[in-house]
Write a protein that binds this ligand. Structure first.
Ligand code: AMP
Length: 293
């Protein structure tokens, strides 16, 4: 038997009415913000929301303000019908607003998060996190969720949202869920659709270099520069790969670590031909052993 499609709304007024009805019925509101082109990674967040909340809202909105002028906003995949089908039986409500609904002409407020938004993605994509923080806070204002779910795939994004909600006293609880990968290790991403068949295998250098980092740390490597050099070698095996950054940093502050100890975030951004991919892994470095989360 086919599962029921979620209700689809396009305006803030319809969204608020549906959420208010769920609240009146005593339900907890879970929220998963997305840009659509949904895959199992998104679905894992929706499942986590459903496990914890009585009513699950998914937003599908390709937010123009988080794309740079030379980035892929206009070609970003928009697949609402397929997204609705994937969410059948999982989400209760889908909110897919227009740009006019989200950013009316007099919109003039932007949210800027400090230090955790500055390195890594923030350095490569100026204004990206200003766009992300603004849209997430706006969506939180529209949905007013009890819980909101983000993926560790976008590690820094989750950290920026956690910082923002703490600093601005937003009551929504933030949950961060593990990275969902293809069987061969490639982190699922809407942008994987851009990979040509000849790019698909080279794209594995991201997860392979992270796996190597973990092995080397397990074997006792504690020097971040040496680790990064070995990762660079792996990525260099793909002739069409170009590294934006390899970061070996403190997972809370995103400040570089030279000597590894405690928890370490290894994060990277690599362009495979024209497709920019990101991936990361948190390593737990102890004197005797290392394991990942
Ligand atoms: P996006 O549609 O790319 O804006 O992503 C929406 C949410 O899904 C973000 O919180 C992402 O971190 C999360 N997400 C995307 N890909 C994955 C993945 N492979 N595993 C887990 N979460 C993911």
């Amino acid at each position: 038997m086919s599962q029921p499609l979620p209700k689809l709304v396009h305006t803030i007024a319809e969204l608020r009415a549906a959420v208010a009805a769920a609240r009146t019925a005593g339900k907890t509101i879970g929220f998963v913000p997305t840009m659509g082109a949904l895959h199992e990674g998104h679905l894992s967040l929706v499942r986590a929301a459903k496990d914890e909340c009585g009513f699950v809202v998914v937003s599908i909105y390709v937010n123009p303000s988080q794309f740079g002028p030379k980035e892929d906003f206009s070609k970003y995949p928009r697949t609402l019908d397929a997204d609705m089908a994937l969410l059948a039986g999982h989400a209760d409500l889908v909110f897919a607003p227009s740009n006019e609904e989200v950013y009316p002409p007099n919109h003039a407020t932007w949210v800027t998060v400090g230090s955790v938004a500055e390195p890594l993605e923030g350095a490569c994509r100026p204004d990206h996190f200003r766009g992300v923080a603004t849209i997430v806070l706006k969506l939180f204002g529209m949905v007013q969720p009890d819980f909101a779910y983000f993926g560790q795939k976008d590690y820094q994004q989750a950290l920026v949202i956690e910082r923002m909600t703490a600093d601005l006293n937003v009551q929504t609880m933030i949950r961060v869920c593990p990275i969902v990968r293809e069987p061969d290790g490639l982190a699922m991403s809407s942008r994987n659709r851009y990979l040509s068949s000849s790019d698909r295998k080279p794209a594995l250098v991201l997860s392979q270099s992270l796996a190597l980092a973990e092995i080397l740390v397990k074997r006792g490597e504690r020097n971040a520069a040496k680790l990064a050099a070995r990762m660079r070698e792996v990525i260099g095996t793909a002739s069409n790969a170009r590294i934006d950054y390899i970061a070996i940093v403190d997972p809370q502050t995103l400040q570089p670590m030279e000597v590894l100890s405690g928890d370490v975030l290894v994060a990277l951004a690599v362009k495979i031909s024209n497709t920019r991919l990101i991936d990361n892994r948190v390593l737990h470095v102890s004197d005797s052993r290392t394991h990942t989360v």
